[in-house]
Design a protein. Sequence first.
Length: 307
Amino acid sequence: MTGLAAGAALRSFLFVPGDSERKQVRALGSGADALILDLEDSVDPANRAAARTQVARLLAAGSAQQGPQLWVRVSAPSGAELQADLRSLAAVPLPQGIVIPKVSSAAEIIHLGGALAALESAHPASRHRVRILALVTETPAGLLALPQYPQQLGASVPAMERLAGFTWGGEDLGAALGASHRREPGGAYTFTFQLARTQCLLAAAALGIQAVDAVHVDFRDGAALVAEAQAARRDGFSGKLAIHPDQLAPINAAFTPTEAEVAHARRVIAAMAAAGGAGVATLDGQMIDRPHLLQAQRTLAAAGARL
């Protein structure tokens, strides 16, 4: 699919309606690291069957082509449509991953993993394990349960082998809460949505998986998107969801280490190596130690994934 190194964090995930062939064709050349072919919120329920057919057609055509990874957002675990979504994938090349929305418990992620294992076993041509990206803050129950996810999911080897990351969103959560606004007048998230974002980030870090930041819904406000993506990377997120192709270049840039960052990371690693087993070193008049080394290694890994 993409030219990324195996296991590399995906910087940009672009949502594309599952029933729109026109938007899918455009998205294939958009520069996204991954496309999320949507069978959920962006598809009218009356068009759900047609969307499944179109997504299956694209998977069949796109499996041998270079381009973004193809992921599919299926229906919510509590809905009656999830099984139909999964059945529609049985006769075509499997997607790189599944995005599961409105997760309310670790058990729902584990159950999906079992369903994907069964799908793979019935798919003799499949050569990869279908990964899972879970939207973990869209229900109040899911947000309350997040602190338990590291223990509950960490105890499940099959789930952890396919769990790629957590992401979060405020639109469905806001609707469930009856919140009239999600942001302060200055643009910052209100406390509840800051909490959702932080809980997602912490749970992902505790499990050692990717944390993906939420969509920026005002796709015409490029400056705000850049600021939000840069803040997300500073906080520890490694990618971001997108709803419009114009958002992809700023997102990819925000989550790609700059030449200056790469150069500094190499100097940190060299300084620590020169210090031998001391555990600390001095660089530009400041003390550095193992946390600086780990961050430098992450920077080089992220940069190397794009070479």
